[in-house]
Design a protein around this ligand. Structure first.
Ligand code: XIL
Length: 378
């Protein structure tokens, strides 16, 4: 039988690139120091006073924009942790089988160090957003990639990472597979066992850092939300029965103004996760304002209301120990970039976050401050 060429042959050597080179070559150990913070209350200080880890997704390339210094300052003022929005994804780290690009991740780590911010590394294993070459690997190669990737990342970054999103978005009901698991190379190569394997490998290489399973779309009151919640709980029970080392469950919380919410129902779901013994992190909170009035004052008020109701609900749960927004300012949101790509001329730009395009506080910022002030300490 004639075998065609394998376009991206994965060898043990290529898999081990980075692991073998090891070390913190791109990083200089900067002294931990805080830049001057506001004298008045900042979200970071309100959160710290309550023992809550408050964070935001951070994209290091934004530092290169004209507004880079203001972007940096917004993080220093408002959060005590950052999540890598892109830099720790395989799409950024492993553009092809023969190379590892640590530069964005190193830069993210350096920013966190410089400003004494905790770092959530997002994400180690995800069946989505993968470079094309990974989809072509066979089961043995996938297993080797999973093991090597986790080892490489943890050996390089574990001293700087506060929490790892070890597995991202394992559920996808539309793929119609057993357990409503999301299809992709890790599931095809290793079956459901890829999840347990990823966490066990992670624990082996980093006994001290929080290991998180992160999931989307569990918040809505509709059928989709119900299927996500039920499927996630069923998965967690199976993982628990196998004593898989998971510390926290991440719930993304990309809220949408065109969906229905029932926070009593959602609260019950949080109770069920907590009863299994996991901490809960809200990991990607933002508000898609697509169905809200065009008038900016009305829209901002409505967005603030979403934050208020959601945070009041989740912060009432002691199990919720961390809350992360998906970026801080409207014009650096993924929703904003997505919108610009589609309708560059539109004046109705998304306003999903806490700060506006000038990094000024919006009503959503005040709603968050109020919820932090009212919450009971962790
Ligand atoms: C998004 C980023 O925000 C975008 O910039 C990128 O183009 C695609 O990924 N769930 C996740 C995140 O777990 O990694 C996604 O981030 C948003 C949805």
């Amino acid at each position: 039988m004639r075998r065609g060429p394998v376009p991206h042959r994965l060898t043990r050597r290529t898999l081990l690139i980075g692991a073998a080179s090891g070390g913190f070559t791109g990083l200089i150990a900067a002294p931990r120091m805080l830049e001057a913070r506001d004298d008045g209350a900042t979200l970071a200080s309100l959160a710290s006073a309550k023992g809550l880890v408050l964070g935001a997704a951070f994209a290091e390339h934004e530092l290169d924009k004209p507004y880079g210094p203001a972007y940096a300052q917004a993080y220093v003022r408002n959060v005590n942790s950052i999540t890598s929005e892109l830099a720790f994804k395989m799409s950024a780290l492993r553009p092809n089988a023969n190379a590892l690009n640590f530069e964005p991740a190193d830069r993210t780590v350096a920013f966190a160090r410089k400003h004494a911010l905790k770092l959530r590394a997002h994400t180690l294993i995800w069946n989505d957003d993968l470079p094309a070459w990974i989809w072509q690997l066979g089961p043995g190669e996938i297993e080797q990639l999973l093991d090597t990737h986790i080892m490489t990342m943890m050996e390089r970054y574990r001293a700087d990472v506060w929490a790892w999103d070890v597995v991202n978005e394992p559920i996808a009901p539309w793929d119609k597979l057993p357990g409503n698991l999301r299809k992709g190379p890790f599931l095809s190569g290793l079956g459901e066992g890829y999840i347990a394997r990823a966490f066990r490998q992670a624990r082996r290489h980093d006994p001290n850092t929080l290991l998180v399973l992160n999931e989307a779309q569990t918040e809505t009151a509709d059928d989709n939300g119900r299927v996500f919640r039920d499927s996630l709980l069923a998965l967690l029970r199976r993982l628990k029965a196998e004593a898989v080392p998971i510390d926290a469950i991440g719930l993304q919380a990309h809220l949408r103004s065109d969906r229905r919410y029932d926070y009593g129902l959602f609260s019950g779901f949080l109770d069920e996760i907590a009863a299994l013994g996991y901490a809960i992190h809200i990991t990607e909170l933002d508000v898609n304002d697509v169905a809200l009035p065009a008038a900016i004052d009305k829209r901002d008020t409505a967005v603030a209301e979403y934050y208020s109701k959601f945070l009041t609900t989740v912060l009432a749960h002691k199990a919720v120990t961390a809350v992360t927004f998906w970026e801080l300012a409207d014009h650096t949101s993924w929703l904003y970039y997505e919108h610009l790509g589609k309708v560059a001329q539109s004046h109705r730009r998304p306003r999903p976050l806490l700060l506006d395009q000038s990094f000024e506080k919006k009503p959503a910022w005040s709603a968050v401050a109020k919820a932090l002030t009212a919450m009971t300490p962790r």
